[in-house]
Write a protein that binds this ligand. Sequence first.
Ligand SMILES: *[C@@H]1O[C@H](CO)[C@@H](O)[C@H](O)[C@H]1NC(C)=O
Length: 200
Amino acid sequence: MFAHIFLASILIISPVLGQNDDIEVAPYEVVETKASYEVRDYPARKWVSTDNAAKDIHGGIEHSVSFDRLFQYISGNNVNNTKIDMTSPVTFFIQRSDDPEAEQEFTMSFYIPAVHQDDPIQPQAENVYIEDRAGFRVVATEFGGFASSEDFEMAAQDLYESATADGFDLITETYYNAGYDSPYTIFNRRNEAWFVVRAV
Ligand SMILES: *[C@@H]1O[C@H](CO)[C@@H](O)[C@H](O)[C@H]1NC(C)=O
């Protein structure tokens, strides 16, 4: 299952994500550094997004289907027929479910490069859209390796326990997964789980 996604992803993203030290990262400010997580403020920014649903978001075919829609957009399938630089991270906004058999709705997104933030190029495909993401505060925990859906959920459980013990009021019906690397990156891979901190 994993190998299949891995190979599909290599074919799709290796040309763009090969040298990920150079790619633009969505901006954020670290508000506080805790032992196992960070508190961050993300400013309001635009992302390009697509919606899907899967039982296993990171291990199922839906992952590469969604990725391909966004990849087509940055490759020129947009109203200007313009190539747009790859950015990181790729985020997944997930409706969490207690039922392991249920499909979870998720939104996969690429950050729109700063040069296009003011006037994003409109997508051509109907299932790809520009998302006006409001600014928010998150608690974020980082882990390495090739991350499965279970790895993200386990990181989220630990994050939930630590941050709640520290007094944070988190929105837990949804959470974000963030991935920073191409499948070619073997070492020092960066994956994150984020919970949005409820505004007071
Ligand atoms: C995309 O096309 C529209 C309409 O022709 C134009 O107004 C806009 O400036 C173009 N954007 C870029 C980045 O080329």
